[in-house]
Write a protein that binds this ligand. Structure first.
Ligand code: ADP
Length: 273
């Protein structure tokens, strides 16, 4: 059974006003448990609006969202549970850090749901480990940390809730290549260890090719493609035509090859940029 399913999901901002904008348009999608999915698309194609439906942050204008086969809006009381089940890490989540220590920041969610001290401690340490933070960092102030470390603290805060699905909106935005690789590598390890479903919104086709199993391509509020990495990247011309230039085709090709994904070289006809 799919963990996330949508049926004719549609969302309109400012409906009925001159500023009306259909941000998600009739999306039918099924994401299987345990997949690591990269969500790509032009700015404004609807990626953020789409993922905010998966944990009930946004209520559909029309259509349905199912988590584990249950219509999440059937009983509005379920929404609180859904928010824990599907953990959402926003863009630049480090701006939401506010506690005096890293430990307390990661512990914030587990504390709020009334877990025991021991359970909270276990979760904080586990989450810190998943994002590659050292023990010694836990007692520091989050404000002493580098940008990349702060971001990892914020991600750990969501992981500490042990969500069944983890969704990250542009987790590498604004980071240098080293910070980017570090975060994506940790997310991949987390996915392999937990075997749960992880969705990553990304601007980088190369990162998606390198780390994800499947890619979901949004274009003008619709799902253009949802398929395995090799099938998605075989649509080079269409991706380029929709403004998703594939400048590093050769690097994507190598990234896939390094992962043992068999690709037909003929489909990568665009020269490296
Ligand atoms: P993406 O994440 O792919 O950049 P978004 O989901 O943020 O796309 O946006 C999809 C469309 O909805 C865009 O045209 C955007 O301008 C519009 N939009 C997003 N948020 C709002 C909002 N709060 N109010 C009005 N329009 C919005």
């Amino acid at each position: 059974m799919s963990v996330i399913k949508t049926e004719h999901l549609t969302y309109t901002y400012n409906g009925g006003s001159p500023f009306e904008k259909v941000a998600v348009d009739d999306v039918n999608l099924e994401i299987e448990q345990g997949e690591l999915v990269g969500i790509i698309g032009h700015t404004g194609s609807g990626k953020s609006t789409l993922i905010q439906h998966f944990n009930g942050l946004v209520k559909p204008t029309a259509g349905k969202v199912y988590i584990d086969g249950r219509d999440i809006w059937e009983n509005p009381k379920d929404i609180r549970r859904i928010r824990f089940q599907v953990g959402l890490v926003f863009q630049y989540p480090e701006y939401q850090l506010f506690e005096e220590t890293v430990y307390k920041d990661i512990a914030y969610g587990p504390t709020n749901i009334g877990l025991s001290k021991e359970e909270i401690d276990e979760r904080v340490r586990e989450a810190a480990m998943f994002v590659g933070l050292r023990e010694s960092t836990l007692e520091k102030s989050p404000f002493e940390l580098s940008g990349g470390q702060k971001r990892r603290v914020a991600i750990a805060g969501v992981i500490a809730m042990r969500p069944e699905v983890l969704i990250l909106d542009e987790p590498t935005a604004g980071l240098d290549p080293k910070g980017r690789d570090k975060i994506l590598g940790q997310i991949k390890q987390y996915h392999e260890a937990q075997k749960n479903t992880v969705l990553i919104v990304s601007h980088s086709m190369e990162d998606v090719a390198k780390y994800c199993q499947k890619a979901l391509v949004m274009n003008q509020s619709k799902v253009f493609l949802y398929d395995t990495i090799e099938n998605v990247f075989s649509h080079t011309e269409e991706l380029s035509a929709m403004g998703l230039a594939v400048p590093q085709v050769t690097r994507i090709f190598h990234a896939l090859g390094a992962r043992g994904v068999e690709v037909n070289p003929d489909i990568f006809t665009v020269e490296a940029g």
